[in-house]
Design a protein around this ligand. Sequence first.
Ligand code: CDM
Ligand code: ATP
Length: 284
Amino acid sequence: MKVFEKAPAKINLSLDVLYKRADGFHEVEMVMTMVDLADRIEMQELPRDTIIISSQAGYIPLDEKNLAFQAARLIKERYEVRQGVYIHLDKKIPVSAGLAGGSSDAAATLRGLNKLWKLGIGTEELQRLGAELGSDVPFCVTGGTALARGRGEKLEPIESPPQCWVVLAKPPINVSTSEIYGKLKASEIKNHPSTACVLDAIREKRFDELCARLGNVLEEVTLDLYPEVKQLKEVMVRLGADGVLMSGSGPTVFGLVSKEAKVPRIYNGLRGFCKDVYAVRLLT
Ligand SMILES: C[C@](O)(CO)[C@H](O)COP(=O)(O)OP(=O)(O)OC[C@H]1O[C@@H](n2ccc(N)nc2=O)[C@H](O)[C@@H]1O
Ligand SMILES: Nc1ncnc2c1ncn2[C@@H]1O[C@H](COP(=O)(O)OP(=O)(O)OP(=O)(O)O)[C@@H](O)[C@H]1O
């Protein structure tokens, strides 16, 4: 038997850090949503007790470092599953981009194996398992739009933002999430985004207000280390995107655009700076 799952990319509409915790993680307050750019994951049952990963993407690990492998191993161990699984990852989400590609693959693997092996695991338990794999995985289990707290695992679903285009541009650099959090001085953050205002703008369907309130405290660190990300933000603003922000720890920059007619100019303008550019819709 085979199952298929879509694993969409996420963007952070706001990302605030409240403080650094004793366990080394940062207490966050984030508004996250999914966009229509997704990996596609195929899971096929194997009679042997083994996990095999393949992918057309040459640049991701295919061994136990792969987050989909870790998700399969976790579910097999926890639910004492003796069968094996062959997992093919059709990657569309750029890697190490700040778009939670690996986390979404892990979440999709948890959902898919729950179906394949008829385990009957509830959503909350899938999210708990996800939290063992990474901070973004619990959100990716359900997707939608949510307010995330804790280290990202305490989730409150909220309604979707007003529908719009999302132009994503990833410069050709790799950014390490732990390095960016490591360099952040949580007690010295000057400009905290207002999570409450972002939530209000979404609830009241005020697109312009949402664009004005976008904010990510990790930008300061990443933009300082990688001036090309700052430049990309400036280009996107100049090309006419309504709201522009870096997603997660970067380096992907996204622009929200309400008018479809503006999208080709922004897309084509960005292609002059980097090859990884996508124009997609929000997954509402
Ligand atoms: C930047 C975001 O992607 C925004 O959604 C997430 O906060 C990070 O999520 P993630 O990549 O799933 O992160 P994890 O794999 O759990 O952690 C990677 C590293 O980031 C740091 N980290 C992550 C989450 C968090 N709340 N505080 C942290 O300090 C830790 O140093 C950790 O070792
Ligand atoms: N299935 C996977 N897809 C992509 N990367 C993976 C996968 N499994 C493990 N990785 C590794 O995880 C690291 C981060 O990749 P990923 O694409 O998830 O980053 P990201 O988009 O910055 O994530 P986040 O936004 O959650 O911080 C890379 O070093 C990559 O090699």
